[in-house]
Design a binder for this molecule. Structure first.
Ligand code: DCP
Ligand code: MG
Length: 446
């Protein structure tokens, strides 16, 4: 009789886009610690280090079992010395001292609070931190001029840092569908981002809009935005014409129809009706959209911000932080007195902090919504590019560039060897062009 203990040695492909990563994570202790270190690196604008920790966390997310010993890891890619030390610490001591001390550090805590403001990226947060601004109240006292995005970000701080549920995302979907169909019947709306990957919560709700007839989608976004504004659904919006010609990751010679993506970064006002509320077992008499419209119309006077101010830059205001209620001790609650004056673009404006503080009691909540319009010829690329996860996207582009001599973006796939664009009308076709097995959205949670 043998008393040898069988050790399960894990293995996985080194590109995350070749792995199937569902939401079932057997190694949350390890991946959460590595994610903290990744986040900290990103907040310090150390992208290389951030990606290294993200890759290490991602490879552990796809394992079929919990890791119990270091020797199980010897066949795995993406685990550098630093990540290995973190894992070892957790296996031996139950926690990573480095991740714990990072979480406790004044800088990390302050940067989290500050980047929790919509429109504030790592650069701005770091500048403020170095000026001694560590909290929202210190930011208020500093008299800094905030742009419109940041002003909205501060005003709806608590709501924006509260995870969005799938139920809320579905209620938003109905509103977006109603808006789009009101201005362009036949247009198609797809929920993308984390919710398409099957996540039950998100930091925002992402949509991709197209029309089966090429060109019909042109000029759609301003009309959708006007409709939403007229119905009182928008607390803030900034529409940008996403110029593909200017984008960094696009191939060198884009076709003429490729500078058409329009994007709207917005904050919706979502009424907490019977559908949206978290109460269990309540009957729904009206459809969410009907009761929503009624309530919003009767509320009147929605706070409307015209998106004319410059947000920190698209990337700045897109700084995505995983909402984590435990690490957010409701920073607005530190603010006194209850009615503050903010210096917004040189104008004195009063900010109703009571309103912001009572996120749990008011009959509505603020939800971040990201709308993207794509011509149907680019839809598959846009869908693949906006479904994520961010690391999955990055790995797809790395695979395309390094292994296939191709350039992949949310607009197109360019074959550098053949010097031509490769067409695709589905995600499956793009994976096939890339020589990859098709991975469905629910398995792209790298
Ligand atoms: N995306 C990207 N690069 C950006 C912005 C977005 O690759 N600068 C893609 C990948 C994301 C998707 O768009 O998965 C949606 O962006 P989100 O930041 O909303 O990411 P998720 O929806 O995945 O996360 P969450 O659930 O927190 O909203
Ligand atoms: Mg999202």
């Amino acid at each position: 009789q043998s008393n040898k203990v069988e050790v399960v040695v894990f293995s996985a492909p080194s590109y995350a886009c070749k792995r199937r990563t569902t939401l079932k994570n057997h190694n949350t202790l390890l991946t959460e610690a590595l994610s903290i270190l990744a986040e900290s690196a990103e907040l310090n604008e150390d992208e290389g280090r951030g990606v290294a920790f993200r890759r290490a966390a991602a490879v552990l997310k796809c394992l079929p079992k919990a890791v119990s010993s270091m020797e199980q890891l010897r066949g795995l890619p993406c685990l550098g010395d630093h990540s290995m030390r973190v894992i070892k610490d957790i296996l031996e001591n139950g926690a990573s001292s480095e991740a714990e001390s990072t979480k406790q550090s004044e800088r990390f805590k302050a940067l989290k609070v500050l980047t929790g403001i919509f429109g504030v990226g790592a650069k701005t947060a770091d500048r403020w931190f170095r000026e001694g601004i560590h909290s929202l109240s210190q930011l208020q006292e500093s008299g800094h001029t905030l742009n419109q995005a940041q002003q909205a970000g501060l005003q709806f701080y608590d709501d924006i840092n509260l995870p969005v549920s799938k139920t809320e995302a579905d209620a938003i979907s109905e509103i977006v569908e109603k808006a789009v169909h009101a201005v362009l019947p036949g247009a198609e709306i797809t929920l993308t981002g984390g919710f398409r990957r099957g996540k039950l919560t998100g930091h925002d709700v992402d949509f991709l809009i197209t029309h089966p007839e090429e060109g019909k989608e042109e000029g759609l976004m301003p009309k959708v935005v006007s409709w939403l504004e007229s119905q009182g659904f928008l607390l803030y919006q900034k529409t940008t014409r996403n110029s593909y010609l200017e984008s960094k990751d696009g191939p060198g010679r884009p076709a003429s129809n490729m500078d058409r993506f329009e994007r709207c970064l917005s904050i919706f006002k979502l009424t907490k009706d019977r559908c949206v509320g978290q109460k269990q077992g309540t009957k729904q008499s009206a459809t969410p959209i009907e009761s929503h419209v009624k309530t919003v119309c009767s509320l009147g006077d929605p706070t409307q911000a015209k998106g004319e101010g410059n947000s920190e830059s698209l990337t700045g205001s897109c700084q995505k932080t995983e909402p984590n209620p435990q690490s957010h001790p409701h920073p607005l609650s530190q603010i006194h007195p209850s009615n503050l004056t903010l210096n917004v673009l040189g104008q004195e404006k009063s900010l109703d902090v009571d309103q912001a503080q009572t996120s749990g009691h008011k009959p509505w909540r603020a939800v971040r919504v990201d709308l993207v319009v794509s011509p149907v010829s680019q839809f598959a690329f846009a869908l693949l590019g906006w479904t994520g996860s961010k690391l999955f996207e990055r790995e797809l582009r790395r695979w395309a560039g390094h292994e296939k001599a191709m350039s992949l973006s949310s607009h197109a796939l360019y074959d550098n060897k053949q010097s031509r664009y490769l067409r695709a009308s589905s995600e499956e076709e793009i994976f096939a062009h890339l020589g990859l097995e098709y991975i469905p959205p629910t398995e792209r949670n790298a």
